[in-house]
Write a protein that binds this ligand. Sequence first.
Ligand code: ZN
Ligand code: ZN
Length: 61
Amino acid sequence: MDPTARCTGCGRPRAECDGCARELDPPRFCPTCGTRLAVVVTPAGYRGRCREHGPVVTGRS
Ligand SMILES: [Zn+2]
Ligand SMILES: [Zn+2]
C-alpha cells in the first residue's frame, strides 16, 4: 500500500487533497489509513500514533 495514500492534514485520499497540512504542523491523520492520530509533542518534535499502525509519523519541531 502506498505509505502516503492519505493527507496527514485532513485524512482524505491524496487524490482528493494533495496535502493541506502546513509544514510545521503536527500530522493529524495517519498517512496510510486516514485515521485520526494521537499526536504527542515531545521536546524533539512530535510523534503521531495510529491505532492500527502504531507510531507512523515523526517530525521535527
Ligand atoms: Zn488535506
Ligand atoms: Zn493507520
